[in-house]
Design a protein around this ligand. Structure first.
Ligand code: ADP
Length: 271
């Protein structure tokens, strides 16, 4: 993996990197703001060597993925573990974004829809590449300086599931067939996308409020689904509900979802 990355120019020079403030904590290490050759960047550090090797493999996947709604990888640095360098998303993750500016900035449903479309387009691209994310959630969507939502951590999630186990699955976002039989697919990503829509339209609330993980598992299996967030347009809620069809093949793909969202946008902003 190292050789392939180096051949294609994805190995960056530590000398050209200036690390700045700590801006977040990842599962495997801290995330810092920084500057690389006069570009503002985010740097995810992975100290554990075993994990670093696994991540290095996966970053070779990331180098092949480029889309306006995916957080762009700039390269990696091999130095005391692994540094993953990506574009800096100055407005942080979508959950915090929604919680802090939700009602003022996203208030108009149109803005919430724009965020939804952004994420959907990123996922449509991954779908076209036959890549399954497995951990789509508002916490893994980041917001750029100009308010564009981009999917993060794609390509890396396979690593997570190798080191982690079933006990660590994000229960509230994971489709029933993925929880029970580890059947991950684009359609299980679509389920997660439905939860993410709910997060957006509830301005960053925790899904299934007040329910324990075991309760969520049991009830969802029996057909229970979350209610519409307050003030959520019924047409958007019905999109969530199709994403949460028990039967994966009854759920739309991301391409179809994007078409439906486009129609919603047209309804809200005629002309
Ligand atoms: P993990 O997936 O290991 O939990 P994340 O990639 O989610 O780690 O990073 C943790 C936090 O760091 C994010 O929630 C976000 O606030 C911040 N962060 C990560 N990547 C970036 C980035 N490219 N730009 C700005 N902030 C980021």
């Amino acid at each position: 993996a190292e050789l392939e990355l180096s051949k294609n120019g994805w190995l960056l020079d530590i000398e050209k990197l200036t690390l700045g403030e700590n801006i977040g904590e990842g599962e495997f290490g801290a995330v810092y703001e920084g500057v690389y050759m006069s570009q503002r960047v985010a740097v995810k550090t992975i100290k554990c060597d075993v994990t670093a090797q696994a991540f290095l493999q996966e970053t070779t996947v990331m180098t092949k993925l480029q889309h306006k709604n995916l957080v762009r990888l700039l390269g990696v640095i091999l130095h005391k573990g692994l540094h993953i360098v990506t574009e800096l998303m100055t407005k942080g993750n979508l959950v915090n974004f929604l919680r802090t500016r939700g009602r003022s900035l996203v208030c108009v449903h149109n803005n919430a829809l724009v965020l939804s479309v952004d994420v959907c387009e990123g996922m449509e691209y991954l779908e076209s590449k036959k890549l399954v994310h497995r951990d789509l959630a508002a916490r893994n969507v980041l917001i750029s300086d100009d308010n564009v939502a981009k999917v993060s951590d794609f390509g890396l999630t396979k690593v997570d599931s190798k080191v982690s186990d079933k006990a660590k699955l994000p229960v509230k976002w994971t489709a029933p067939e993925a929880l029970k039989k580890e059947k991950f697919s684009t359609k299980s990503d679509v389920w997660s996308y439905g939860i993410l829509l709910w997060e957006i339209f509830s301005y960053g609330r925790q899904p299934y409020p007040k329910m324990s993980l075991q309760e969520v598992k049991d009830k969802v299996e029996q057909g229970y689904r979350m209610e519409a967030p307050e003030d959520c347009p019924p047409s958007v809620y019905s999109l969530m509900r199709v994403c949460w069809e028990q039967e994966p093949r009854k759920r739309p793909g991301f391409h179809k979802l994007r078409e439906k969202l486009d129609r919603e946008m047209e309804k809200l902003s005629p002309g």
